[in-house]
Design a protein around this ligand. Structure first.
Ligand SMILES: *Cc1c(COP(=O)(O)O)cnc(C)c1O
Length: 421
């Protein structure tokens, strides 16, 4: 049950309550390796569920279009001040509804329709909103794309520079959704300067690692930093845009009134709480443990013959190329899910299979580290993955593994929920 219990929800709507409890039990009993997911604290859950959801507050602190902002203004001020202090930036906008709208705001702030934007190609590890064709950002702007080298699995900065100087994008995105290695922000900043482009560092995946000092920061290098707040940063679903003072008003205008109406004040409060948590020494220890766990898991997977894109990881994220294992990403991910290991199928760079059924698996250690797993647990995790990938059609093995993992996770408390005794 939820702790504290969701007594009103159970009384008013048993159907929804049952689904919520079912989802919680699922999160409790599984090895959650989806690289973009985590478990938030009970304090973040409470802020998210607070009466701030009742309030409209279009505009910005001190300049609202509705009355009654005596408490919402200080909440938003606090969240923004904590973001500035934690990430060492001049300005923070905490209103974007999520990562994708935050990136869209960067387009609106700096580009006209048809202008050129450069980002990492989606199948190479970029995000849809970095100019991929099915996204509005790829349809309404002119995308040029960089990737990684086939031999190293890493971004080739010379190739990025050549492309930028040839295509002259007005906006360059660095960062992505499936990048196991450190992003070189100073090098991207240099390229953007040479090309006369605005550099956006999208740190959605690594924001928590940056906050905890376990990944370099783009602050002082990128003109604009966009991030979600719910991945390694371990806050509510939401986003922020951080900028230099120079770009502050362009970005603010793009978020409101450019793209959004009223901000989600309950989310803003929860972001403030998460940012306070992320500034504590225990969070730095957490961020370093996330990276140590990913390194240990990569090591253990390599020992079992898995082929990792770029040969390993510097972050929370690992990308497995299953080509040498004779199984595609999707059936492997489905079998792993049935066996209690939750992750997602993913394209790998230069994938020879279709995006709908690609060759890779993406996994990350942010959530399992919140549950208290350490390096010494990683060989066991790799063992489960290896056995299931080997025998992915063996239903008895999948059921046995799911039970084993359920028992293993039962000893590791989950924030905000506990099994009914
Ligand atoms: C997750 C992610 C986003 C989008 O965030 P949503 O909240 O899902 O819209 C944007 N950019 C990157 C790099 C991401 O990983």
């Amino acid at each position: 049950m939820h702790v504290p219990a969701l007594s009103h929800l159970h009384a008013a709507d048993p159907d929804v309550a049952a689904l919520v409890e079912g989802e919680a039990a699922r999160q409790h009993g599984k090895l959650r390796l989806i690289a973009s997911e985590n478990y938030v604290s009970p304090a973040v859950l409470e802020a998210t569920g607070s009466v701030l959801t009742n309030k409209y507050s279009e505009g910005y602190s001190g300049r609202r279009y509705y009355e009654g902002q005596q408490f919402v203004d200080p909440v938003e001020d606090l969240a923004a001040a904590r973001a500035r202090s934690l990430f060492g930036v001049e300005h923070a906008n905490v209103q974007p509804y999520s990562g994708s709208p935050a990136n869209l705001a960067a387009y609106l702030a700096f580009l006209e329709p048809g202008d050129t934007v450069m980002g990492m190609a989606l199948p190479m590890g970029g995000h849809l909103t970095h100019g991929w064709s099915v996204s509005a950002t790829g349809r309404w702007f002119t995308p040029v794309r960089y990737g990684v080298r086939a031999d190293t699995g890493r971004v080739d900065l010379d190739e990025v520079r050549d492309l930028a100087l040839r295509e002259r994008p007005r906006l360059i995105f660095c960062g992505g959704t499936a990048i196991p290695r450190t992003t070189d922000y100073p090098a991207f900043a240099e390229i953007a300067r040479e090309a006369g482009a605005v550099l956006v560092a999208d740190i959605a995946h690594v924001a928590g690692l940056i906050a905890g000092g376990a990944h370099p920061s783009p602050a002082g290098h990128a003109d604009v930093i966009t991030t979600t707040t719910h991945k390694t940063l371990r806050g509510p679903r939401g986003a922020m845009i951080m900028t230099t003072a120079e770009h502050a008003s362009a970005v603010d205008r793009a978020v409101f009134p450019g793209l959004q109406g009223g901000p989600h004040n309950h989310t803003t409060a929860a972001i403030a709480v998460a940012l306070k948590e992320a500034a504590a020494p225990e969070f730095a220890a957490y961020a370093h443990q996330v990276v140590a766990n990913a390194g240990a898991l990569a090591e253990a997977l390599l020992e079992r013959g898995f082929d990792l894109v770029s040969g390993g990881t510097d972050t929370h994220l690992i990308l497995i190329d299953l080509t040498n294992r004779g199984v595609a990403g999707k059936p492997a991910a489905k079998a792993l899910d049935a066996a209690g290991v939750e992750l997602n199928h993913n394209t790998v760079p230069f994938d020879t299979r279709k995006p709908f059924d690609p060759s890779g698996l993406r996994l990350g250690t942010a959530a399992i580290t919140t549950r208290g797993l350490t390096e010494s647990d990683m060989p066991r995790v790799a063992g489960w993955i290896d056995e299931v990938v080997k025998a992915h059609e063996d239903e008895a093995l999948l059921a046995r593994t799911a039970a084993e993992i359920g028992a293993f996770m039962a000893a590791r408390p989950m924030p905000g929920w506990a099994p009914t005794p």
